[in-house]
Design a protein around this ligand. Structure first.
Ligand code: AMP
Ligand code: ZN
Length: 472
């Protein structure tokens, strides 16, 4: 039974979907004015893993992840570049999609954009005004009146007064309460604007997620997710908006990913301590980045250290080495898949069970990873004793790796990545020359070539079937 930690109740609960077999899932997406950084990628990868695991567990998941394509930061960037805001967003939506695809993340079922939702957002705000949850301020902006929503603070587990004293809230003389937040912003000259009953303007940030989630997933849906910086105010405000209109529970389970940190500080654009995913992808295989991002529990903070990705690469290489040495074909996997996960009948079942138990325990990927290493280790050990049993362990390794979006590359290619074609030819030629030197018992020359290969970060593995190599 899947259990997950629900921020709303602050407990780990059994997961039961509203409709058996179906999960309606909403994750807040990016604001598209720049390339995403590794911190953003951590959150998106965490929920990609959640969606994959829900699907593997048999749920039909309707996965919505929005795109915020109108916002102050976008307008600022467009002004700096002297271009239209839509040129900025078009470019970065495209870049975001490329980055997500390069990292091997599943495309969401729906990817709504704020600018496509303006009419629905306006209707939503009209309903909030009619319900006395929103008001038109002196400057023409429309604000949400937090004091008119009794449960305000339910997600962050603080009441309005505590929130007011604890949070840095913008003081502004047109608001009735400092925590009131903007639903509709009047346009300044030359700003992008849409007509509305309150004049030309644009939606505030929070309202788009309420309008989209309710439209695509219903008034009450299963899971809402985001990074933990979104708990307050963004998700608190989504609840206030949605429940202020529907009077029904909005999302039933709230999942929040921990921060990716650089020197114990949250990676963020505003602090300037970030690496773009795009830059990292030019230097590291996508799967290595994915492995690193999933190597700690999704709710825990994850520190990025100078050697994090090289460590992830060597850990993954250990798994790929087994996949290379005992290559299971797709056909073989299909044939034995059912058998591998049968209780009592197979030696591999305890590994499967341990993996499932870990993932059912609020998606405990570090323990799930340890099962992958145990499988690899057992397969290596069994290789000389019972080759068929070894193959079964490798087959399960590949099968479970797939659940996490890992281990599906060609093992030799994975271990040699980072090498351009030219390099590959040079390396093969050096290996052949070293073998010739060894055959002639010219050990000095053979050692010299080994050193030269080492300087190219190539690690040689001499075995019965010849010399294999991988990137160190
Ligand atoms: P943004 O485009 O800034 O709205 O962020 C997109 C997603 O990335 C949100 O779910 C954020 O909570 C998340 N996020 C931002 N910074 C970090 C970080 N350092 N670690 C983990 N998630 C983050
Ligand atoms: Zn949102």
């Amino acid at each position: 039974m899947l259990k997950l930690h629900n921020t709303l109740t602050r407990t780990t609960e059994d997961f039961e979907s509203l409709v058996p077999g179906k999960v309606n899932f909403y994750a807040c997406g990016p604001t598209v004015y720049d390339y995403i950084h590794l911190g953003n990628a951590r959150t998106f990868t965490a929920f990609d893993m959640v969606v994959r695991y829900l699907r593997f567990s048999g749920y039909d998941v309707n996965y919505v992840r929005n795109i915020t394509d109108i916002d102050d930061k976008i307008i600022k960037r467009a002004n700096e570049n002297n271009e239209d805001f839509s040129a900025v967003t078009q470019r970065f939506v495209q870049a975001f999609r490329e980055d997500m695809q390069a990292l091997g993340l599943l495309a969401p079922t729906h990817e709504p954009r704020a600018t496509e939702y303006v009419p629905r957002i306006i209707e939503f705000i009209e309903k909030l005004i009619a319900a006395d949850k929103a008001y038109i301020a002196g400057n023409g902006d429309v604000y949400y009146a937090v004091r008119n929503f009794a449960e305000y603070g339910c997600l962050s587990n603080r009441n309005i007064d505590e929130l007011e004293s604890g949070a840095r809230v913008e003081v502004n003389d047109v608001k009735r309460d400092p925590l009131d937040f903007v639903l509709w912003k009047m346009a300044k000259p030359n700003e992008p604007a849409w007509d509305s009953p309150w004049g030309a303007g644009r939606p505030g940030w929070h309202i788009e997620c309420s309008a989209m989630a309710i439209d695509l997933l219903g008034e009450t849906f299963d899971i809402h997710a985001g990074g933990r910086d979104l708990i307050f105010p963004h998700h608190e405000n989504e609840i206030a908006q949605s429940q202020g209109v529907t009077h029904k529970l909005f999302a039933r389970y709230w999942l929040h990913a921990g921060y990716l940190q650089l020197e114990s500080e949250k990676m963020s654009k505003s602090l300037g301590n970030f690496f773009t995913l795009r830059d990292l992808l030019t230097e590291h295989p996508a799967e290595v980045i994915r492995f690193f991002l999933l190597s700690s529990h999704y709710r825990s903070p994850l520190s990025y250290l100078p050697d994090s990705l090289s460590q992830a690469k060597s850990a993954l290489s250990r798994l790929y080495t087994v996949l290379r040495d005992l290559p299971v074909t797709v056909h073989m996997l299909d044939k034995i898949k059912e058998k591998l996960v049968q209780p009592h009948t197979t030696a591999t079942y305890p590994f499967y069970q341990k993996f499932m138990d870990a993932m059912d325990d609020d998606f405990n990927t570090p323990v799930a990873f340890s099962v992958l290493f145990e499988l690899a280790h057992t397969a290596q050990r069994l290789r000389a004793i019972d080759e068929m049993a070894a193959y079964h362990h490798v087959a399960l390794l590949k099968y479970l790796g797939n659940v996490l979006g890992l281990l599906q590359e060609d093992p030799v290619q994975f271990m040699q990545t980072g090498v351009t074609d030219g390099d590959g030819e040079k390396i093969n030629a050096l290996i052949a020359a070293r073998e010739a030197a060894r055959a002639n018992k010219n050990w000095v020359e053979a050692d010299r070539i080994r050193d030269e290969l080492q300087s190219l970060s190539v690690v040689l593995e001499d075995g019965a079937g010849g010399t294999q190599w991988r990137r160190g």
